[in-house]
Design a protein. Structure first.
Lengths: 116, 114
């Protein structure tokens, strides 16, 4: 595709519900990253996938957060039992490889999650 | 561990005057450094990146940044601000310790006045 796409663009949910966010990376990109951006803040790293290696989950804020990726394609970020503090824009990025710092990460437009 | 500190949360300049957005970093490795820009309701866009080649890096839209290891700085500059430069700017560091995940600063909001 032309760029990283994410869906939905907006999601409003009630506290305690589960939500699933989707990311379609650029074709051929082996590395995929999820970030969270709270209002007025920079991005927080959540999780990183590189090819078929085990993901780096070091940024996940709690065990309510999980993510999966099928091969080198689509990824889903799941938040269980959502809390109001989960409200943020969730951004996905992909790059050619995560094994070198020189590859630009291309960002999707984000999913704005609002937990009421 | 790695981190970045953007020294100003807000910067205001007049159109046509120079822009300076300050960033200091810390990293246990030779880091890669980036500046990203985020316009209102738009996605993040890479302005420029430093990856241990030339210390003066030129980016898009007339922006440039200089890597100064002795000062652990990577300040972003532009000789003459344009109204369209008004946006949020993020200084970013990455290194092998995090699998090259990007570590973002808190951002600097640039306001350009006529």
């Amino acid at each position: 595709g032309a760029g990283v796409s994410q869906s939905p663009s907006n999601k409003v949910t009630e506290k305690g519900k589960d939500v699933e966010l989707r990311c379609d990376p650029i074709s051929g990109h082996t590395a995929l990253y999820w970030y969270r951006q709270r209002l007025g803040q920079g991005l927080e790293f959540l999780i990183y996938f590189q090819g078929n290696s085990a993901p780096d989950k070091s940024g996940l804020p709690s065990d309510r957060f999980s993510a999966e990726r099928t091969g080198e394609s689509v990824s889903t970020l799941t938040i269980q039992r959502t809390q109001q503090e989960d409200s943020a824009v969730y951004l996905c990025a992909s790059s050619f490889s995560g094994t070198s710092g020189i590859h630009e990460q291309f960002f999707g437009p984000g999913t704005r999650l609002t937990v009421l | 561990a790695q981190s970045v500190t953007q020294l100003d949360s807000h910067v205001s300049v007049s159109e046509g005057t120079p822009v300076l957005l300050r960033c200091n970093y810390s990293s246990s490795y030779s880091p890669s450094l980036f500046w990203y820009v985020q316009h209102p309701n738009k996605g993040l866009q890479l302005l420029l990146k430093y990856t241990s080649a030339a210390t003066l890096v030129k980016g898009i839209n007339g922006f440039e940044a200089e890597f100064k290891k002795s000062e652990t700085s990577f300040h972003l500059t532009k000789p003459s601000a344009h109204m369209s430069d008004a946006a949020e700017y993020f200084c970013v560091v990455s290194d092998p310790s995090s699998g090259y995940a990007l570590n973002f600063g808190k951002g600097t909001s640039l306001l350009v006045t006529p």
